[in-house]
Design a protein around this ligand. Structure first.
Ligand SMILES: Cc1cc2nc3c(=O)[nH]c(=O)nc-3n(C[C@H](O)[C@H](O)[C@H](O)COP(=O)(O)OP(=O)(O)OC[C@H]3O[C@@H](n4cnc5c(N)ncnc54)[C@H](O)[C@@H]3O)c2cc1C
Length: 465
């Protein structure tokens, strides 16, 4: 090892001598990687192919002790820090340029207590790991709709998913979390211990520390009645109007997504995807109007193991494609909003781009706005503008289209955003992710737990001390 140039929180570089870096290396059970080391490029590679950053050091943590050593090392040397969970942040927050990347991806264990219906999962697990373990006991909890996404970032931002109609957000099912805070302490946060921190972890993103493990409430789930109905784009207006009416009058067992997309065969279509989480017989009755409407070009709804449903979306958004996404919350889908969507989708520049809605869910809407840091509880949908393309030279055209759509759709939106869709170029700014009172409370929490803003590569709540 030689002396190491590394970026500080102030954005300037500093040099760490070889002995200092070597001391850190021997203090951890996992590995410490520098540019050129085997595994370095793999460890810095995140889901979004637009992101290409080179940390000066990557610590691949093997356990809680490594996370504590990494936080202490970063704080003592005033280093720029990024924290990697499942690496699905749109903005690539989990990888920094020039600083220290604290990589939790080796920490994926999931321990299930089937009797108490509780699971404890480490901070680097993805929903694929989690669902695999809990479904062995016929259990699950609300998780992202793409099994490749990390449990950490998703839960800390809220967590929308197929089971949300009945069980709320992923964060609503969080019972406790173990957190390494900026001062290097390991705290447990729950309703009875460090309750202020527990409130902030449920929607405040990665601002308050590194969560080494999450404890979730599980529920009996599966098989589910789920899949998509697909209609020709020419009928999209009626389909989206039907979607609006259907999605606003559903029992808790149902959650929905509505979308405009292009099939692998190159056909533009309007699709409605659903999951019914209850008895298949009852689900057949509840979903009948959806399946009869049209009729659809294709009806792919069938009884499925929950893990099969969860695996479907990862194929739609493969790793390392170029992505530029915008999303904003929506309360009501008006006819004018539908017309705007159709106008833009008619000129969509890439067949990999999807426009649509993810429903928050009945149980999500019933939680009070002050109960968790995820405070936009009244919103019905997250309106998604998910642009994807293969050739980097197509970036300008695709980004321009997404931004223009985002501007045009603004009059029909709620005004707030889902924090997990936040990127630094979000026009609304980070405050839009919260009610004003919630934001103030988050700032107070940041002042208490991370006054120097060590954890800043995230939808950042800036401390005021
Ligand atoms: C293809 C795709 C599908 C998606 N589907 C859904 C969906 O169905 N529902 C939904 O709600 N969201 C969804 N999202 C959004 C997703 O919730 C966010 O992108 C989320 O931040 C991803 O978390 P991660 O751990 O994978 O990402 P990362 O990039 O690793 O982390 C995201 C943020 O969390 C911080 N972080 C990561 N791990 C930890 C930790 N252990 N402790 C503290 N902070 C940490 C990071 O520093 C970063 O700021 C989707 C995103 C993608 C790309």
């Amino acid at each position: 090892m030689a002396d190491l140039r590394i970026t500080t929180t102030g954005g300037t570089d500093t040099v760490l001598d070889e002995a200092t870096v070597q001391g850190f290396k021997t203090s951890v059970r996992g590995s410490l990687l520098r540019p050129g080391d085997a595994g370095y490029d793999e460890a810095r590679t995140v889901w979004n192919g637009m992101i290409d950053r080179r940390p000066a050091l990557i610590v691949r943590c093997a356990g809680v002790a490594d996370v504590i050593h990494a936080v202490n090392f970063a704080r003592t040397n005033n280093l720029l820090v990024s924290v990697r969970g499942g690496d699905h942040s749109l903005a690539g927050h989990s990888v920094c340029a020039g600083g220290l990347m604290i990589d939790l991806s080796p920490m994926k264990s999931v321990r299930v207590d089937p009797t108490k219906q509780i699971a404890r999962a480490e901070g680097g697990a993805r929903w694929r790991d989690f669902d695999h373990e809990v479904q062995a006991f016929g259990l699950a909890t609300t998780g992202g709709t793409d099994a490749d996404t990390g449990i950490a970032g998703l839960t800390l931002g809220g967590g929308l998913g197929w089971l949300a109609g009945k069980y709320g957000l992923a964060c609503d099912n969080l019972l406790s979390a173990d957190v390494v805070t900026a001062d290097g302490r390991l705290l447990t946060a729950s309703t009875t211990e460090n309750a202020d921190l527990f409130w902030g972890l449920r929607g405040g993103s990665g601002n308050f520390g590194i969560v080494t493990s999450f404890e979730y409430q599980l529920h009996r789930v599966g098989p589910v009645l789920a899949g998509m109905v697909i209609h020709p784009f020419e009928r999209a207006k009626e389909v989206l109007r039907f979607y609006r009416d259907f999605s606003t009058a559903i029992p808790d067992e149902v959650n929905t997504m509505g979308a405009l997309l292009t099939t692998p065969e190159g056909l533009r279509v309007a699709a409605i995807a659903v999951c019914y989480n209850g008895s298949i017989e009852e689900g057949e009755k509840v979903l009948r109007p959806l399946r009869e409407f049209g009729p659809p070009l294709a009806d792919q709804i069938s009884p499925l193991p929950y893990t099969v449903l969860q695996a479907m979306m990862a194929t739609m958004f493969p790793r390392r494609r170029q992505y530029y996404w915008k999303a904003s919350l929506m309360n009501h889908l008006s006819d004018d909003a539908i017309d705007t969507m159709l106008e833009y989708f008619s000129a969509v520049p890439s067949p990999h781009t999807v426009m649509g809605f993810q429903q928050l869910g009945n149980a999500v809407n019933r939680v009070g706005p002050d109960e968790t840091a995820f405070s936009h509880r009244e919103a019905l949908y997250d309106f998604l503008m998910l642009s994807g393309w293969e050739d980097p030279s197509e970036a300008e055209r695709n980004i321009r289209w997404t931004r223009e759509l985002n501007d045009a759709i603004q009059p029909f939106l709620h005004g707030g955003i889902y924090v997990n869709a936040f990127t630094e170029d979000s026009k609304q700014g980070i405050r839009a992710a919260y009610r004003p009172k919630t934001y103030e409370r988050l700032v107070a929490l940041k002042n208490k737990y991370d006054p120097t803003n060590l954890f800043r590569l995230n939808p950042n709540i800036k401390p005021t001390v």
